[in-house]
Design a protein around this ligand. Structure first.
Ligand code: PRP
Length: 182
């Protein structure tokens, strides 16, 4: 598989990711039975996970996106969050499900959650494919977590390094040589 030589380890295979996403979608569908959630993806990282998740969901739903980023060009979060494209929908009174690829320091999501809560949704829940609790600096937890992972630099399923590797259908740990000697 393309770019597999840059991986130190495959953490979760395509099949494992697909199976877990289906389980999450089943749980979420149960929890939102009778409702029509507004599923909000944070671009760019969430796009693959969100596409897989909503296709396995069994309740009616609407979609919207925000563009936000915090990392800049490296592997360490800069601590600043920039919303460069806001939602198109009014979320007041909606059951909002925020979807992200990874909850890491919590910097991005704690700021986005605070911002979205100020718009008075009926409910707001957070769904992430990956959770890296060791690195958390903000008191935030996700309502739905695909996999809890150690503090390693992971790519694939939407997650990038310098904008590359997002297309990988598995979650891999990048070889340090890739980012130590770019
Ligand atoms: C990544 C990821 C989360 C955030 C998580 O986004 O998608 O938004 O970092 O890190 P945190 O918990 O430490 O805030 P990134 O800024 O790399 O943008 P991207 O979605 O375009 O990949």
């Amino acid at each position: 598989m393309m770019m597999q030589q840059d991986m130190q380890q495959i953490l979760f295979t395509q099949e494992q990711v697909a199976a877990r996403v289906r389980e999450m979608a089943a749980q979420i569908s149960q929890d939102y039975a009778g409702k029509t959630p507004l599923v909000v993806g944070i671009l760019r990282g969430s796009f693959i996970f969100m596409a897989d998740l909503v296709r396995a969901m069994e309740v009616p739903l609407t979609l919207d996106f925000m563009v936000a980023s915090s990392y800049g060009a490296g592997t360490v979060s800069s601590g600043k969050v920039k919303i460069s494209l806001d939602l198109q929908e009014d979320i007041a009174g909606r059951d909002v499900l925020l979807v992200e690829d990874i909850l890491d320091t919590g910097n991005t999501l704690s700021k986005l959650v605070a911002e979205l809560k100020s718009r008075r949704p009926a409910s707001l829940k957070l769904c992430v494919l990956l959770d890296k609790p060791e690195r958390r600096t903000k008191p935030i937890e996700a309502d739905y977590v695909g996999f809890t992972i150690p503090d390693a630099f992971v790519v694939g399923c939407g997650l990038d390094y310098n904008q590359l590797y997002r297309q990988l259908p598995y979650i891999g740990i990048l070889k340090p040589s890739v980012y130590e000697h770019p």
